[in-house]
Write a protein that binds this ligand. Sequence first.
Ligand code: PLP
Length: 352
Amino acid sequence: MQIEPQAFDRVLSSMCTEPHPVAREAAERFLATNPGDPGTYPTVSALEDEAIERLGEIAGLDEPAGYVASGGTEANVQAVRIARERADSSRPNVVMPESGHFSFRKAADVLGVELRIVPTDDRHRATVEAVRATVDDDTALVIGVAGTTEYGRVDPIPELGEIARSVDAMFHVDAAWGGFVLPFTDYEWHFGHAPVDTMSIDPHKMGQAAVPAGGLLVRSPELLDELAVDTPYLESTSQATLTGTRSGAGVASAVAAMDELWPAGYRRQYVRSQNNAEWLADALKKRGYAVVEPSLPLVAADVDRGTFEALRAKGWRLSRTAADELRIVCMPHVTRTMLASFVGDLDRLEVR
Ligand code: PLP
């Protein structure tokens, strides 16, 4: 059976991308390994330690611990779980801006915590005052997003961290998508300087690793103890991950991609993606669309649903925001030629 995998030449909606060639090659070599059983698969387990060290370096954490998860969803669920385990309250709540990823709804559901959602401001960032007014003594976790799924916006991370501290709650930063671009932007803060306890940062998004390779980072190793369960039948004695058997391919490809691209390759990629996003935003503005400025390489614009469906019918893979705007993610596989062809199709639709 010969089925061709998804081609990327019209994909403008995904937060995943084609893996870098070195990541693809590493993934193939480690397909049959399981970092979930480090006693039996020590080589891939050692690679996972390297992956965490690299991710820590990218995130600016001094003494990072964590693991390579299946993706941002697992990392977010585990962050909520750590906070719930450490909370004193019998009715813990989690406070997140409305721009937070839907994985936190799953987390709240399976972990039985209350999720309090606070509005964002007119720039789509968490409203600090609203977060401050929502936390209380039962707050176990405050969440900030560094690169939101819909608009690529970065919340006021230091301020949110301070609010978390003021009520003895933990602070989680979801940088699942933005983590590999933020070190190259002008944000004056650094993850390492803000009081961040846990972080999601996914190699399989902007990190250009193969799927599945997500990242959960914790500020210090004892936070992982909150997740550990005994593992009687494995060679190792305990496991902190949510899934049991995990992808050695994801781990190996994450290390290969980071070795190859950090920092110069990722910087070049960020500049290229950001320029593409700004070019697209300009092109859409010139055609009369209202555009949400791309602070990271993600563009949203008020393209109506009819036009959107017509573009989809031409093979473009597109998505929409909750506010019903067109949303385009300028991932590494998205080239200027692709965007020009997309805008060309848009123009042809408008003429008719
Ligand atoms: N967090 C953010 C900010 C995301 O954008 C996404 C997915 O796009 C996730 C978490 C979930 O990641 P995954 O789909 O890898 O589980």
